[in-house]
Design a protein around this ligand. Structure first.
Ligand SMILES: [Zn+2]
Length: 423
């Protein structure tokens, strides 16, 4: 399964751009990384869910990406990611996208045919017993029962990934896209041992996977910091990397196969662990951030004052009024404390500084309000409904917004993860 086509670079950052107005500002953050001596290529990701809520087409992501690359004369690769697609949703992404995140989380735990389990266990005697991994001081000890249990749990999901992969392959041709398999949107984390067994099954299924997104332990809420045991995360992350390099050698998966961290954005407290493990084990990383760029748009509008600030306040008031309906699709990935949400009346009296410091994610800052941030994060539907009114103000305030978008992506994400720097 060697790569004979598109290959994802060692370091890449997935960024969302809900309203397709910030691709240039986002790319500028990759240019800053390049100027600091590291190649981090951009991947513009947008899920079917986001397209449905906004009423946009996948081709708009491609147009925005192409235009930004042209305007800034970016010479390295870049990609458009059909994020979290399934067989039911993949079709309209086939043309504009060249990166496909095949989401099979819903199929985890569905029972496979028992003959499939037998065949899998028989085919992988090398997974039984003690497996020594390079670069970590722990070994995997896998019993026949462990192998059967993992097969029971994951084979149906991997088979589904194979179906989606082949659907994309038949439309685009092998090697003309980057396949990722994601299993993060489920309630239980996968262990490093399970990851290794999943990769064996993915290789059996013939998927030349270049990135894999397991669910890590701890909570990855949207737009706010990690909640969990950072030391345990670091240990698991290193073991996952070791499992991947073992799987690449053992099962012939693509050499550039790496972890994709579906961060939901802003997992600042685990960024040093990701950086340290990736450097120590010489591993690549794909850091997928969520749509927090839209929050930088709001911050920019608020910072601009005048009409921009007024609109940012109006968006908060609307989001507050519809908070239950806006939060419902994201219930498992947000933790909002209703008591911490300021009333729209209160917010109406805020200055630019009060609005931006409540929303801007500066950990430890007294004014930072993670409940308000999460509500606005899922509140993009409110801005989408405003249509031209919102977009016109984005365009009128482009400079101040772009500055926030670039600084946020570079200083808070790229620099800590890829350069090990907190700026
Ligand atoms: Zn995800």
């Amino acid at each position: 399964m060697e790569n004979r086509g598109l290959m994802l670079n060692k370091y890449s950052v997935g960024t969302g751009d809900r309203f397709a107005h910030q691709a240039k500002a986002q790319l500028q953050a990759c240019i800053k990384a390049l100027q600091s001596g590291i190649e981090v290529v951009p991947v513009w990701n947008k899920s079917n869910r986001e397209h449905m809520i906004i009423g946009s087409e996948p081709s708009s992501v491609r147009q925005a990406a192409d235009a930004a690359v042209k305007a800034l004369a970016w010479k390295l690769p870049y990609f458009c990611d059909a994020d979290h697609i399934t067989l039911a949703t993949v079709d309209r992404f086939l043309e504009p996208c060249d990166f496909f995140t095949i989401d099979v989380a819903d199929f985890i735990g569905q029972p496979p045919q028992s003959a499939d389990i037998d065949r899998f266990v028989k085919r992988h005697p090398e997974l039984l017993g003690s497996i020594q991994l390079a670069g970590v001081d722990e070994a995997f000890d896998i019993t026949a029962e462990d192998l059967r249990q993992a097969a029971q749990k994951f084979l149906a999901a991997v088979k589904k990934a194979g179906e989606v992969y082949r659907r994309v392959e038949s439309a685009k041709g092998a090697g003309n896209f980057i396949p990722e398999v994601s299993m993060d949107e489920t309630d239980r984390a996968q262990t490093p041992v399970e990851l290794l067994i999943i990769l064996a099954a993915i290789a059996d299924e013939g998927i030349p996977v270049q990135t894999i997104a397991p669910k890590f332990s701890g909570r990855f809420n949207k737009g706010v910091d990690y909640v969990g045991d950072v030391a345990q995360f670091e240990r698991e992350f290193a073991l996952d990397i070791a499992a991947i390099s073992y799987a690449v050698r053992q099962f012939g998966l693509p050499r550039n196969l790496k972890l994709s961290v579906h961060s939901g954005s802003d997992k600042f407290s685990i960024y040093p662990a990701i950086h340290a493990a990736a450097m120590r084990l010489n591993a690549g990383v794909h850091l997928k951030t969520a749509g927090t760029t839209w929050l930088e748009e709001l911050i920019g509008l608020a910072e601009a004052g005048g009409d921009g600030l007024a609109l940012a306040k109006e968006i908060y008031a609307e989001a507050f009024a519809h908070r239950e309906e806006l939060c419902a699709p994201y219930a498992t990935v947000i933790d909002i404390d209703p008591a911490k949400l300021p009333s729209p009346d209160q917010v109406r009296g805020w200055s630019s500084e009060q609005y931006t410091s409540a929303l801007r994610h500066v950990p430890g800052a007294a004014a930072y309000n993670s409940s308000l941030r999460q509500l606005l994060h899922v509140g993009f539907k409110v801005a989408a409904k405003m249509g031209r009114r919102y977009l016109d103000l984005l365009e009128a305030n482009e400079a101040v917004i772009a500055k926030n978008v670039t600084e946020n992506l570079y200083n808070r994400h790229i620099a800590p993860v890829f350069l090990g720097r907190n700026t």
